[in-house]
Write a protein that binds this ligand. Structure first.
Ligand SMILES: [Zn+2]
Length: 400
C-alpha cells in the first residue's frame, strides 16, 4: 500500500522473470520470498502430500493468524505492532470462516530510498496451480488452498504470507487512545490491507513482456511459464477469473483474452531467448488482446464481477485510472475515486495521512467491519467462506 505523497508515481523498475518448470505444474509451486518484488520468485518442488489430519482450528478461536514478527525497532513500538497484528488477525477471523491457521512472516524495518513511499507490502509466500470450476488452471495462494481441506494437496511452505512494513513513517496506533495527527498513518488499516493481498486479493495481469527501461508499454498479459525452454502458457491468478473489461459497452471476461493470448504461440514451442519469445507474441495478431487489456486498465474500464450467490451482487470497479499503468497499484485494488469514501476503503491503493480506521468507518457509513461488503464478496468469489456464503467454489488438485 502506498502513502499519499509526492513520490507516488515513482516506479520500481522490476525485471520480470519467466517461471520455468522442470516438471509438470502440479508438482511445482511458486514461492515469493520478497513481498516487495514478486518478480523475485522461485520455482519449488511441492509434491503431493496426504492431508496430515492436522486438527482443524476450532471455530471458537478468535485469531487464525500466527505472526512471526521480525521487528527492528524499540520494544515499545514492537509491542504496538504485535497488538495491531493481533487485532487485524481477529478482525479477518470474524469476517471469514477460516478453518486452518494462516502463518505470516512479517518484518518491520526501514525501507530503501526507492521504496520510501511504500507503507507496506505483502504477497502470498507460495502460489499453487489448481483447476478452477471453469476447467482452467490458475494460481491460488497457499493461505486459501489450506482452507479447502483437500485430501491430497501440494506440499506447503512454512509461511502462507510474507509481509514487510515500513518503519520510517509516523504511525498511528489505535491502542494509544489518542486522536490521529495530520501526518500520521493508521498502522492497523495498512496491516488489514496487506494481509488481504496475502490472502489472494491480487491480479496476475502486468507488463511482463515490456520491462526494459524506457520501453513503451503497449499491452498487458498474465504471467507466463515455460517447461525448460518450451512455452507452457499464460496463467491467471484465481482473482483474475472474475475480471471483466468494458469494450464497446459490452462486458467481456478477461479470461477470454488470456485464452486468445495463449493462441499467440502454440503450446510447447521452444524458444532459446526471452527476446525470441516476446517478439513472436508481440508480432502475433493476438497481441491486440494485450493492448485492449492495457487500455481497459488505464481508462476505468475494469470490473470485478462477484461469483454467483456471493453476498454482494453488483460489479465492482477496480483501480484502472492510473496512466501510465502502475505495477502493484493498478488492477489489484478497488477504484480509489469511487470507493475511498465508502465502506470499501481498505483496498484502495493509497492511504491518506490523518485518516484513522474509526474516521474511515464513520465516513463509509458505519459498516460493521473495516472490511467492506465489496471486499468481502471478492474474497468469497476467490474461495473464502463467510457466514453469508458458507460454501465457496472449490478448485480441483490433480495429483498424478
Ligand atoms: Zn495494496
Amino acid at each position: 500500500m502506498k502513502s499519499q505523497s509526492l513520490l507516488l508515481y515513482l516506479l520500481a523498475l522490476t525485471q520480470f522473470l519467466t517461471i520455468t518448470f522442470a516438471e509438470p505444474v502440479n508438482k511445482q509451486c511458486i514461492d515469493y520470498p520478497n513481498p516487495l518484488n514478486p518478480a523475485q520468485f522461485e520455482v519449488i518442488d511441492c509434491p503431493p502430500v496426504k492431508n496430515d489430519n492436522e486438527p482443524k482450528v476450532k471455530r471458537k478461536i478468535q485469531n487464525f493468524f500466527k505472526v512471526d514478527l521480525n521487528c527492528r525497532h524499540t520494544a515499545a513500538v514492537c509491542n504496538k505492532i504485535k497488538k495491531a497484528f493481533d487485532d487485524a488477525g481477529k478482525e479477518i477471523s470474524k469476517v471469514l470462516k477460516l478453518k486452518k491457521q494462516i502463518n505470516v512472516n512479517a518484518t518491520y524495518e526501514s525501507f530503501s530510498y526507492s521504496e520510501s513511499n511504500l507503507l507496506g507490502s505483502a504477497y502470498p509466500a507460495r502460489n499453487v496451480f489448481l483447476i478452477s470450476d471453469d476447467k482452467i488452471t490458475r494460481l491460488y495462494p497457499q493461505a486459501l488452498v489450506k482452507q479447502f481441506s483437500l485430501n491430497v494437496h501440494p506440499a506447503y511452505n512454512s509461511h502462507d504470507i510474507n509481509a514487510r512494513f515500513n518503519a520510517d513513517f509516523d504511525w498511528y496506533f489505535k491502542a494509544n487512545n489518542v486522536e490521529i495527527k495530520p501526518n500520521q498513518y493508521d498502522f492497523y488499516v495498512v496491516i488489514l490491507h496487506e494481509l488481504l493481498h496475502g490472502l489472494g486479493f491480487i491480479s496476475s495481469w502486468n507488463t511482463y513482456l515490456e520491462t526494459s527501461t524506457y520501453q513503451p508499454i503497449t499491452g498487458l498479459t498474465p504471467n507466463y511459464y515455460f517447461y525448460g525452454n518450451k512455452f507452457g502458457g499464460f496463467v491467471e491468478n484465481i482473482f483474475d477469473r472474475y475480471l471483466k473489461l468494458i469494450e464497446n459497452n459490452k462486458k467481456i471476461p478477461l479470461s477470454d483474452y488470456t485464452a486468445q493470448l495463449n493462441k499467440s504461440v502454440p503450446s510447447l514451442t521452444p524458444f532459446n531467448t526471452d527476446l525470441g519469445f516476446t517478439t513472436i507474441v508481440k508480432s502475433s495478431p493476438k497481441w491486440k488482446y494485450a493492448k485492449s487489456a492495457l487500455k481497459a486498465a488505464t481508462s476505468n474500464k475494469l470490473l470485478f464481477t462477484p461469483a454467483k450467490r456471493a453476498s454482494w451482487k453488483n460489479d465492482i470497479y477496480l483501480e484502472a485510472s492510473l496512466k501510465p499503468f502502475v505495477s502493484g497499484s493498478s488492477i489489484s485494488h478497488v477504484s480509489q475515486s469511487r470507493y475511498r469514501k465508502t465502506s470499501d476503503f481498505v483496498m484502495t491503493y493509497q492511504q491518506f495521512p490523518g485518516e484513522s480506521e474509526k474516521f474511515l468507518i464513520r465516513r463509509g457509513g458505519n459498516f460493521r467491519s473495516p472490511i467492506g461488503p465489496r471486499i468481502i464478496s471478492i474474497l468469497e468469489s476467490i474461495g473464502y467462506a463467510t457466514d453469508a456464503y458458507p460454501n465457496p467454489i472449490k478448485p480441483i488438485y490433480i495429483n498424478i
